[in-house]
Design a protein around this ligand. Structure first.
Ligand code: NAD
Length: 469
């Protein structure tokens, strides 16, 4: 781990205590200079980020293959093209987003100008996870640049090859006075967090989210926390089981299950489970062949620790499909578990691997009660051909996002805010929402300097004053 280039000289002791102080104060000076405010500057930096994506396309595919054997097509659709479309969306709309928003006035301010200015926060910190390490670092970055901020990025140290690429290559494209990448493990990240930032955008686990929020509280720094959790997937009796199986299997086994919005477990009736199991087996074979270990389209678990954690969950209930593992390759076969009890390990934590427990419930009421008895999830899925059932699940539960009759597809719309609620996070982003996340809605009232007689009404002595009705 190393402080990023650009840190100014400190005393030796000071540098040891806070190795990032120079870097942060350098970026703060750049921000105070006003350099990042003009639209042309923001556009130039966004375009440079676009060049990074174009010119390093193959490198991005390579580093993700090296970290977790991520299939190139999955990299294209879940990392590169999402960044590309967010970037184009920001470039196409920045002028509109940046405009002052004039607001209604009262009778005393009729002659004045009142508006909301989308002010940059200043120096912001973006901390990313390892599972979509390009997307989850660069999509917030796009909004932070668009909103006129200076940014320190801290990619995950777990996806090592991506971290190296981002640290070595990305700064060559951006203005080094205003944008820096810090490579840091847990200890150094905590040192980084001792510094005062104007906004912190964190994506990762709920337990680390708590650490981030505590560190931010010391400086009263606002945060966005994009966290995880267990996303329920209710499957009602009346649905097209083959379609359900394909859509659930795709969401669960994409990126070998290491997706924050993956369906974490299925809730359905015993009858539906008996139909779903053969359909899921068929979908898995259709997607990955008879031996998924040989499929070029199935990723690996990112590290040994993560592999061992996920593998341990296979002892919950009974393996109905898959279950094979290969520690050398950090391979876990697409797996379906049945007879899992709510108190089993697989139901105590986010699975974050290619393992899908199916739990049975008698009906939709029981499914809703099961969901509401747990922490509020990032995503909630419901499958049914009956609109009434879908509406009931939507209206009687709470979650960051909801998608009916599919999984993960809610993420593809830049027009929908993406974020959690309760344990699954705080704040939201994507599209215009990312720009708004990184902008302070600053209220501005520009009063007319004359017409003092109109003001007399509010000055003391008050004895003869009457408020107009
Ligand atoms: P993590 O919380 O372990 O790590 C995330 C980041 O925090 C990394 O950069 C890491 O270096 C840093 N970090 C780790 N421990 C720290 C500590 N003690 N103090 C300070 N910083 C620390 O998460 P992860 O394992 O990288 O990612 C998996 C989690 O992220 C899952 O829970 C998943 O659901 C969640 N996630 C959420 C979203 C979302 O958009 N809501 C997206 C992807 C992943």
């Amino acid at each position: 781990a190393s402080p990023a280039s650009g840190s100014a000289g400190n005393s030796e002791e000071g540098a040891r205590m806070n190795p990032y102080a120079g870097l942060v104060s350098g970026l703060r000076a750049a921000w105070l200079s006003g350099k990042t405010r003009p639209m042309e500057y923001r556009v130039a930096q966004l375009e440079a980020l676009g060049r990074f994506l174009d010119e390093k396309n193959q490198d991005i595919l390579d580093v993700l293959a090296s970290d977790m054997r991520k299939p190139p097509f999955e990299v294209e659709i879940s990392e590169i093209s999402i960044c590309r479309s967010e970037l184009n969306h920001a470039l196409n709309n920045l002028g509109t987003w940046m405009k002052d928003e004039h607001v209604e006035k009262n009778w005393v301010t009729q002659l004045d100008s009142a508006f909301i200015r989308k002010d940059p926060y200043g120096v912001v910190l973006i901390i990313g996870p390892w599972n979509y390490p390009i997307n989850l670092l660069l999509v917030p970055l796009i909004g932070a640049i668009a909103a006129g901020n200076c940014v320190i990025m801290k990619p995950s140290e777990i996806s090592k090859a991506v971290e190296k690429l981002v640290a070595e290559m990305l700064p060559n494209y951006l203005d080094k006075d205003c944008f820096a990448v810090v490579t840091a493990g847990v200890e150094e990240t905590n040192k980084l967090l001792e510094n005062k930032f104007d906004y912190i955008f964190f994506t990762g686990s709920p337990s680390v989210g708590r650490i981030i929020m505590t560190a931010a509280a010391k400086h009263l720094t606002p945060v966005t926390l994009e966290l995880g959790g267990k996303n329920p997937c209710y499957v009602s009796d009346n649905c097209e089981v083959q379609n359900v199986a394909r859509r659930v299997a795709w969401g669960r086994f994409f990126n070998a299950g290491q997706t924050c919005v993956a369906p974490d477990y299925v809730l359905c009736s015993v009858e539906m489970r008996e139909k779903l199991l053969p359909a899921l087996r068929e979908a898995i074979t259709e997607f990955y062949g008879l031996n998924p270990q040989e499929s070029p389209d199935f990723a690996r678990i990112v590290g040994d620790k993560q592999f061992q954690r996920a593998q341990a969950l296979l002892s919950s209930g009974r393996v109905a499909i898959g279950g094979q593992t290969d520690e050398k390759e950090r391979y876990i076969a697409p797996t379906v578990l049945v007879d899992v009890r709510p108190e089993d390990p697989a139901m105590q934590e986010e699975i974050f691997g290619p393992i899908l427990p199916i739990l049975t419930v008698a009906n939709v009421d029981e499914a809703i009660a099961f969901i509401n008895a747990r922490e509020r999830p990032l995503a909630l899925y419901a499958f049914s051909s009956c609109k009434k059932v879908l509406r009931r699940v939507l209206e009687q539960t709470s979650s960051g996002g909801f998608c009916a009759n599919d999984t993960m597809m809610q993420m593809t719309l830049t027009s929908l805010p993406f974020g959690g609620i309760g344990h699954s996070g705080l704040g939201h982003y994507h599209g215009r929402f990312t720009f708004e996340t990184f902008s302070h809605p600053r209220s501005a009232l520009l009063r007319s300097a004359g017409r003092e007689s109109l003001n007399n009404v509010r000055y003391p002595p008050y004895a003869s004053r009457r408020l107009p009705l």
